[in-house]
Ligand binder design. Structure first.
Ligand code: BGC
Length: 365
């Protein structure tokens, strides 16, 4: 009898909160009405950045298909390549106007979405940061990503291991460092992870950065654009490697890795150990051909599926699963679901991609 009474009160309370748009979780992680749940057929917004790597292209299709088959009405938008930030801001504002219950955002510039996510919260939508964190706002409810710092650590370690294997007699190695676009919140996290591994070896003289460019401002690649990495590499080679060999390059992703390799080839130099990330088709081919050394397997299918699981939990009025409190966006710790990234070299490519219909065949040699 007592149990029944409590249950009734609890249900009444939830119903009341649903009506008033309050969260049953209090104000600790969200100011939005996520505990109220929502119906199938609801609009779910997905705002993706410009298509700077294959994973973004794939994510759009997977979100459209996955949300549709889960019974929602997806509104998937990419920001244009020019005026990208403004374009994404407008797209998010229009998702709010369309009554989206959840807005999933792969931010072009994680520091420039405060008013849009405020608008989303004011309208009762839940905001999920996808792959890239949204910074300096309390109005981001969840974050779902591969562990970005771990990605950087794997890249740093791969650079060391690759050079050790390729130059077994060397005592020191000449390297150069590249980082991602400074408007992407992930770029400093990747770099921080890599430098955790590399900085001690720079300090003890094992690694020599002949250009002296070790600061993230000097190593950044605006817009994650291949041509920017290629021209910086051209300049680095011309200025520092006329009489020296380059043994390794820290590249934060595959698109830039291939641009760096193109530059090295054009300079007529042997290809050094070059890291990457994203398991792009051309890079997996390059790894199998013995050119690019490594990439990172961050299966987009799993990341999108995890995000859609969050939407399903929110639709039921429950709290999505999270497994990390590592990500503070400058204002709050954002409840996060992190997936584990995996390092891939020629040695484990077949194993790593064994369930991937596109990549697995490329590893059969
Ligand atoms: C993603 C990387 C990608 C890069 C450029 C980052 O935020 O995490 O996977 O290579 O953006 O698109």
């Amino acid at each position: 009898m007592r149990k029944f009474a409590i249950t009734t009160v609890a249900i009444a309370g939830v119903a009341l909160m649903a009506l008033s748009g309050c969260s049953s979780r209090g104000s600790s992680t969200s100011g939005s009405g996520d505990a109220a749940g929502f119906k199938s057929g609801s609009v779910i917004g997905v705002a993706l950045p410009d298509k700077t790597s294959e994973n973004w292209v794939l994510a759009g299709k997977l979100f459209t298909d996955g949300l549709t088959s889960a019974g929602y009405k997806p509104d998937v938008q990419y920001a244009a390549a020019t005026n990208t930030v403004a374009d994404q801001q407008n797209q998010i504002a229009s998702m709010v106007t369309k009554g989206a219950k959840v807005i999933i955002i792969g931010a072009k510039d994680g520091g420039q979405l405060s008013s849009q996510v405020q608008q989303a919260h004011d309208a009762g939508a839940v905001v999920i940061a996808y792959d890239r964190l949204i910074l300096n706002t309390k109005n981001v409810d969840y974050y779902v990503a591969y562990d970005n710092e771990k990605v950087g650590e794997l890249q740093g370690q791969a650079l060391l291991d690759g050079m050790k294997a390729k130059y077994p007699d060397a005592k020191t190695y000449n390297i150069e460092l590249f980082s991602g676009s400074s408007d992407d919140a992930n770029a400093p996290v990747f770099f921080k992870g890599a430098m955790k591994i590399l900085q001690p070896k720079i300090d003890d003289g094992t690694l020599k950065v002949l250009s002296g460019q070790t600061d993230i401002k000097q190593t950044a690649t605006a817009g994650w654009l291949a041509q920017n990495a290629q021209s910086r590499m051209d300049t680095l080679l011309a200025g520092n490697y006329a009489n020296a060999e380059i043994n390794g390059v820290l590249s934060p992703n595959d698109t830039l890795a291939r641009a760096i390799i193109t530059s090295v080839k054009a300079a007529g130099k042997p290809i050094p150990i070059v890291t990457g990330q994203d398991s792009e088709v051309e890079s997996v081919k390059s790894i199998m051909a013995g050119e690019q050394y490594s990439t990172i397997n961050k299966d987009t299918t799993k990341l999108v599926a995890q995000s859609i699981d969050m939407v399903k939990a929110l639709a039921k009025g429950s709290k999505p699963a999270t497994n990390s409190t590592d990500y503070n966006n400058g204002v709050k710790v954002v409840p996060t679901y992190l997936l584990p990234p995996q390092l891939v070299t020629k040695a484990n490519a077949a194993e790593s991609y064994k369930n991937d219909a596109t990549l697995e065949p490329l590893t059969q040699q």
